[in-house]
Design a protein around this ligand. Structure first.
Ligand code: TXA
Ligand code: MG
Length: 334
């Protein structure tokens, strides 16, 4: 699904980023809004474009484990182990920051989040951009603050767009994102390692590498917008319902004259039509967590565009492999 790397487009992106521009970049999770992490005014423009509070820190994307020490200090051995196991890939590590990393990147905190993406376009871009000082790219998800993250270039075009009508200098279209859900985030900046955000790299996989239990971060965890109760939300109100309540709720809304769009397993969709409950759009939910996650934001985008008054999604299983999906659904419906 990922098209071959377009070297000319990569060169163009490097040039724009080097002169302080903003570029949408594909990663294996979601599209990112990239800026030169050493360039204060470029990084500040990122916050303005997204409408994101400036005290919410950004992830610095780097070309590989060799760049860790250019950005972080007091790096614990666990960080090296995890980088060896999962980089390049969808794991972000929060570490103590080096003075080189500006507070304008970290939202004033003394930690920095580092990630080395595996998407071939992002990887090629970071290799080309890094240079001898291991330059990195700040990249929050490339969406307006609080909205659904983009898993395709089309989502970026529609939301932020390219200048002069839009806000970005360039969009690198590297195809649809493989995983479709933001990276797993782990706090390694002191004390026991803990999970700040769930993603496709599971707790179990991390615990297997570290050989210890890795709990969820508590309420004292560093600021992270992905930890806000309401985030990743469609414009149309979304309700997440267990299978047993789904039909009843659909019936209730429909009888009030509300137009509904739904995402649920085949059985439920069939039961809806058998009961004569009309839907504007009905999406069959994938049965596997990875597949479900990869399609989640695209499906939410579609449901949001279906001109329904209310969106209904069937709740997902309460098991470890569904943790990241359950988390995003919960915030999207909060
Ligand atoms: O998969 C991803 O991580 C995507 C792609 C583009 O790489 N990026 C992404 O960035 O999801 P963003 O900014 O949308 O979400 C990063 C989360 C935010 O909730 C932010 O507050 C948190 O990470 N974060 C960043 N730096 C942090 C730090 N030093 N300490 C704690 N949380 C941090
Ligand atoms: Mg985001």
């Amino acid at each position: 699904m990922t098209p071959p790397v377009d070297e000319a487009a990569i060169r163009k992106a490097v040039k724009i980023l080097g002169s302080g521009g903003l570029v949408a970049i594909p990663t294996e999770t979601v599209y990112g809004l990239a800026a030169d992490a050493d360039n204060r005014s470029a990084v500040e423009a990122t916050f303005r474009v997204k409408g994101r509070p400036t005290n919410h820190p950004l992830i610095v994307h780097i070309c590989g484990p060799e760049a860790i020490d250019a950005w972080a200090e007091n790096v614990p051995p666990e960080a090296r182990m995890l980088a060896r196991a999962f980089w390049p890939g969808p794991l972000t590590m929060v570490l103590k920051k080096k003075p080189r990393c500006g507070f304008f990147v970290t939202g004033g905190q003394d930690t920095v989040a580092l990630r080395c993406p595996s998407h071939p376009w992002a990887h090629a871009l970071l290799k080309a951009f890094a240079g001898p000082n291991f330059r990195g790219l700040t990249a929050p998800s490339c969406n307006t603050f609080g909205r659904i993250s983009p898993s395709r270039a089309e989502h970026v075009v529609e939301d932020l767009g390219v200048k002069p009508e839009g806000k970005l200098d360039f969009i690198l279209d590297g195809g649809p994102c493989e995983f479709g859900i933001e990276s797993t985030m782990i706090n390694l900046s002191g004390g026991t390692p803990s999970i700040l955000r769930h993603g496709v790299i599971t707790r179990e996989a991390i615990e297997a590498v570290l050989g210890t239990a890795v709990p969820d971060a508590g309420g004292d965890a560093p600021r992270a917008s992905g930890r806000l109760k309401s985030h990743y939300a469609p414009k149309t109100k979304l309700e997440v319902l267990p299978r047993d309540h789904f039909l009843e709720r659909a019936q209730e809304l429909s009888s009030k004259g509300m137009r509904i769009s739904v995402m649920a397993e085949r059985l439920l969709l069939d039961a809806l039509s058998a009961a004569g409950i009309p839907t504007v759009m009905a999406i069959e939910a994938p049965m596997h967590a990875l597949e479900y996650g990869a399609a989640l934001y695209e499906n939410l985008h579609q449901l949001d565009h279906s001109a329904a008054d209310r969106l209904l999604a069937q709740a997902v299983p309460n098991t470890a492999d569904w943790a990241a999906v359950a988390d995003r659904l919960g915030r999207a419906s909060a």
